[in-house]
Design a protein around this ligand. Structure first.
Ligand SMILES: [Zn+2]
Length: 314
């Protein structure tokens, strides 16, 4: 079986920098290259705690430069900046296309600093932004933050992304920010990495009402693999992830479910049979055991994500 995969969220650099790549856990460049993941949204972020420390903002550019350096020297990887690039990679027999993604745009203070930063990062290849990460920031409320909605700056960021053909990601938003962002965006909504609140109640997981809206609006929600958010029984394997995916298919619809593994950034346990991107076929096997057709499995593996990513980049 050589089914391609699109993964809406991986922290590839984390494993590279901590030396975890090559240990058989999570993901680095080699693990990605040995998988059938043909398109990945690869994350850059800031790990400087004081967001307004100038070094915090520099992290974004440094991350994108590290990805670009790898792409320039390793023929297994290519940069994705357009919808045509996505189509090319989904049809390829090998290789992995990398979409540069920023998670937690916490260092921006105002409209001017946002425009300056984004112009620079766009030139470096940035094509995807998830503005929130855990806490509130000038764009709105994070899943662990206070109950605030999308700010005027958050609305301006959505306009910027839509006019620049940059992917906008609703992951990590609290419910009011999520609702405000949905009311604002015109493109199909993307929630890159989440799991089902109905199966494992968590502020980090998507509710059934949110799943229905994502489906109604033609978007996608990607399942992630962290046990902290997806584990409900004594054991933890692809079977648990399949439970979430079946629930997402039932609630949002078969055209609105995707993968956003978060491999590389998982701090709780991994499913016993999905340790690296090359293990994703085990998830497809688990879905087939539930009686899911190959046609729907393909939609979850790549077709749904492809449709929505192309709509954002085109
Ligand atoms: Zn995340």
């Amino acid at each position: 079986m050589n089914m391609p995969f699109i993964d809406l969220h991986e922290d590839v650099l984390v494993a590279e920098r901590t030396g975890a790549s090559g240990t058989g856990l999570q993901t680095g460049f080699d693990e990605l290259a040995e998988s059938n993941v043909r398109v990945v949204l690869a994350t850059g972020f800031t790990d400087v705690e004081d967001f307004f420390d100038p070094r915090a903002e520099e992290c974004f550019g440094k991350d994108l430069e590290d990805y670009a350096a790898r792409i320039a020297t390793d023929e297994r990887f290519s940069l994705i900046t357009t919808a045509a690039d996505i189509r090319r990679m989904v049809g390829a027999d090998s290789g992995c296309g990398i979409v540069f993604h920023i998670e937690g745009l916490n260092t921006v203070r105002d409209h001017v600093s946002m425009e300056i930063l984004l112009r620079d990062l766009y030139k470096k290849g940035l094509r995807s932004i998830g503005p929130l990460w855990t806490l509130n920031n000038p764009f709105g409320g994070g899943t662990n933050g206070a109950d605030v909605g999308l700010t005027p700056l958050g609305a301006a960021l959505i306009d910027w992304c839509e006019s620049a053909h940059v992917i906008f990601d609703l992951a990590h938003m609290n419910p009011p920010t999520f609702a405000d962002a949905l009311a604002k965006i015109r493109k199909p909504p993307i929630v890159s990495h989440t799991a089902c609140d109905a199966l494992v109640p968590s502020v980090r997981n998507i509710t059934d009402a949110q799943l229905r809206i994502v489906g109604d609006r033609g978007g996608v929600a990607g399942i992630f693999l962290a046990s902290k958010f997806a584990r409900s029984g004594d054991t933890y394997s692809s079977a648990n992830i399949a439970d979430h995916l079946m629930h997402m298919v039932d609630t949002a619809g078969e055209d609105h479910v995707a993968l956003g593994t978060d491999l590389g950034g998982i701090t709780s346990s991994l499913p016993s049979d999905i340790r690296v991107p090359g293990d994703l076929p085990n998830l497809i096997r688990a879905l087939r055991e539930r009686g899911l057709s190959d046609r729907i499995a393909e939609k979850i593996a790549f077709k749904n994500a492809q449709r929505v990513l192309e709509a954002h980049l085109e």
